[in-house]
Design a protein around this ligand. Structure first.
Ligand SMILES: [Zn+2]
Length: 256
C-alpha cells in the first residue's frame, strides 16, 4: 500500500544508468546497497537500441524500471529506438533520456538534434509517458521546444541552465531532478533555492555526477541530493524524502 512508503520515506532514483560499464557484473550489489540506504525505486535509462535492450533485461519491474532514450550527440539509429519505445510501451515508465547537447554536439548537428528531440516528445505525448530530458548547455532551447510542443509530463534531469528559466518551467508543472553533484555545484544549489519542493525529484545519474569529482556515482547517493535539498531549504530530511518520493510516484504512476 502506498501509505507505507510514505511512512518509511523511501527514496526514488528517477534517473541512472545501471547498464553502464562501471556496474558490469555488480548490478545486484549496487542495487542492494541502494536499498540499504532507503532507495525503493530505481529508473535506469537505456541509451540507444542495444543499451535499451539491456535496460529492459535487467529491470525487475518491482524495484528497477526502465526508460528508453538516446544520447543527443549519438543519434544514429534513433528511428529504431522510437520503434522500440512503441513496442515496449507497457514495460517502460518514461521516454528518455533524450534532448539537446550543445556542449558535446557539433554546431552543425543542432538542427538534427532539435528535430529528433521533437519526434521523441511527440511519441512520449502520444503514448502518455513522461519524458526525461537531457539538456547540456542547451537548457533554454530544450525548454522552448517542450513548451512549444505542449509537453506536460516533463523531467529536466541535471539541468545546467539558468535558475530563472527553470522557475518559469516549474510554474508549468515541469519537474527537475537533482543529482548528487549538487555537493560541488553552486549552479545546482541555486536551482534548489529557486524551485519549490513540489517540482523536485532525486536522481543519481550514476555512474556520473557523483558528490565528488572523479568518483564513480551510485544510486545510493540520491540520499546526498536529499540532504542538500534539506539543508538549502531549511526543512527536515524526512519532508524532502517524503515529498520527492510522492512527486516521483505520481509522475511515473508507480505503485510501490
Ligand atoms: Zn543520464
Amino acid at each position: 500500500m502506498a501509505s507505507s512508503v510514505y511512512e518509511t520515506a523511501l527514496l526514488v532514483d528517477v534517473h541512472c544508468h545501471l547498464t553502464a560499464r562501471e556496474f558490469e557484473g555488480r548490478v545486484s550489489r549496487v542495487v542492494g546497497e541502494a536499498v540499504e540506504t532507503g532507495v525503493a525505486v530505481i529508473i535506469t535509462s537505456g541509451l540507444g537500441y542495444q543499451d535499451a535492450l539491456r535496460a529492459l533485461e535487467i529491470s525487475d519491474y518491482t524495484r528497477i524500471y526502465p526508460s528508453i532514450g538516446i544520447a543527443p550527440y549519438e543519434l544514429e539509429g534513433y528511428e529504431d529506438v522510437l520503434g522500440l519505445i512503441e513496442r515496449e510501451r507497457s514495460r517502460i515508465v518514461a521516454v528518455g533520456e533524450v534532448g539537446l547537447d550543445y556542449w558535446r554536439g557539433n554546431r552543425d548537428q543542432r538542427a538534427l538534434q532539435q528535430m529528433v528531440f521533437e519526434e521523441f516528445i511527440d511519441l512520449a505525448k502520444s503514448l502518455d509517458l513522461p519524458i526525461i530530458v537531457h539538456s547540456r548547455s542547451a537548457g533554454r532551447y530544450a525548454l522552448e521546444i517542450l513548451v512549444r510542443k505542449r509537453a506536460e509530463r516533463v523531467v529536466m534531469h541535471a539541468f545546467d541552465g539558468n535558475a530563472s528559466y527553470a522557475a518559469r518551467a516549474a510554474s508549468r508543472g515541469y519537474m527537475f531532478s537533482i543529482p548528487p553533484s549538487i555537493a560541488r555545484s553552486r549552479q545546482k544549489q541555486k536551482l534548489v533555492e529557486k524551485l519549490p519542493l513540489e517540482n523536485l525529484l532525486l536522481e543519481s545519474d550514476a555512474p556520473v555526477l557523483a558528490p565528488s569529482r572523479d568518483e564513480v556515482n551510485h544510486p545510493r547517493n540520491v540520499k546526498v541530493s536529499a540532504e542538500w535539498i534539506s539543508r538549502i531549504k531549511g526543512i527536515s530530511l524526512e519532508e524532502v524524502e517524503d515529498k520527492t518520493t510522492r512527486n516521483a510516484l505520481e509522475l511515473f504512476r508507480l505503485k510501490v
